[in-house]
Ligand binder design. Structure first.
Ligand code: ATP
Ligand code: AMP
Ligand code: MG
Length: 201
C-alpha cells in the first residue's frame, strides 16, 4: 500500500484540467508539499507512439477499444510505480485524466475498477464549466483536436455521464468527489479550492 496522497483531476476535454492542475501544483509547492503531477494521456501516448498506433494524443480515443484498454492499464501501472519511487510518504500525486471517454464504441470509463484500485485516490475532482465556455476554450487552444466534444448539446449530456462516472469510480475505493467550477478567467480560484481540499485529506 502506498502512503502518499493521491488525487485525480477529471473533466471534459477543454474544461481546464491541465491548467487548473498546474496552478494547484504551484500553490502546493509554495506551501512546501512534495508534488508530482502525472498526465495519464502522456503515459498512454508514449506507448501508443512507440507502437506506431498514433501520432497525436487526440487520436487515441479513436483506436480500437482493446488497444485503448491495454494502453490504459499500462499507464496506470507506470504512473503508480514512478510516483512510488519519486515521492516519499508526505508526497502528493495528482493524476490529470478523464472519468469518461467518448469512443466509437460508446462512452467508456477512464477509471474502471483495476485503474482506480491501482491509483487509490482520496479525492476525485470533477472540473466543470458551462458547455459554452468549454467550446470557447477549445477554440482558443489550437494545438488540440477536440471537435468530437465541441457540440454544446452533446457536452451537456456528456458532462452528466462524466460526473456520474467519477462517482461510480469513487465508490469503488471510498474516495470523495469534489466538483470545482472553473470560471472564465478564474483559474486561480479553482486551483485554490483544489488545494484546500487536498490539505484536508
Ligand atoms: P484535455 O482534456 O483535452 O487535456 P483540459 O481539461 O486539460 O483538456 P486545458 O488544456 O487545461 O483543458 O484548457 C483548455 C484551454 O482553456 C486552454 O487554452 C486554457 O488556457 C484555457 N482555460 C482553462 N481554464 C480557463 C479559465 N478558467 N478561463 C479561461 N481559459 C481557460
Ligand atoms: P488528455 O490530454 O487529458 O485529453 O488525454 C489525452 C487522451 O488520453 C484522451 O483523449 C484519452 O484518449 C486518453 N486518456 C487519458 N486518460 C485516460 C484514462 N484514464 N483512460 C483511458 N484513456 C485516457
Ligand atoms: Mg489536459
Amino acid at each position: 500500500m502506498i502512503a502518499m496522497k493521491v488525487v485525480i483531476a477529471t473533466g471534459v476535454p477543454g474544461v481546464g484540467k491541465t491548467t487548473v492542475t498546474s496552478k494547484a501544483v504551484e500553490l502546493l509547492k509554495e506551501k512546501g508539499y512534495k508534488v508530482k503531477v502525472a498526465n495519464f494521456g502522456d503515459y498512454m501516448l508514449k506507448v501508443a507512439v512507440e507502437r506506431g498506433w498514433v501520432k497525436h494524443r487526440d487520436e487515441m480515443r479513436k483506436l480500437n477499444l482493446s488497444q485503448q484498454r491495454e494502453l490504459q492499464a499500462l499507464a496506470a501501472k507506470a504512473i503508480i510505480e514512478e510516483a512510488r519511487k519519486e515521492l516519499g510518504e508526505d508526497g502528493v500525486l495528482i493524476v490529470d485524466t478523464h472519468a469518461a471517454i467518448n469512443t466509437p464504441t460508446g462512452i467508456w470509463p477512464g477509471l474502471p475498477k483495476h485503474v482506480i484500485e491501482n491509483l487509490n485516490p482520496a479525492i476525485i475532482f470533477v472540473i466543470e464549466a458551462s458547455p459554452e465556455e468549454i467550446v470557447e476554450r477549445q477554440r482558443g487552444d489550437k494545438g488540440r483536436v477536440r471537435s468530437d466534444y465541441s457540440d454544446t448539446e452533446f457536452l451537456r449530456r456528456f458532462m452528466e455521464f462524466a460526473r456520474n462516472s467519477a462517482i461510480a469510480s469513487a465508490v469503488l475505493v471510498g474516495a470523495a468527489v469534489n466538483v470545482i467550477y472553473n470560471r472564465q478567467g478564474e483559474v486561480d480560484k479553482a486551483a485554490l479550492k483544489f488545494v484546500e481540499a487536498v490539505e484536508k485529506i
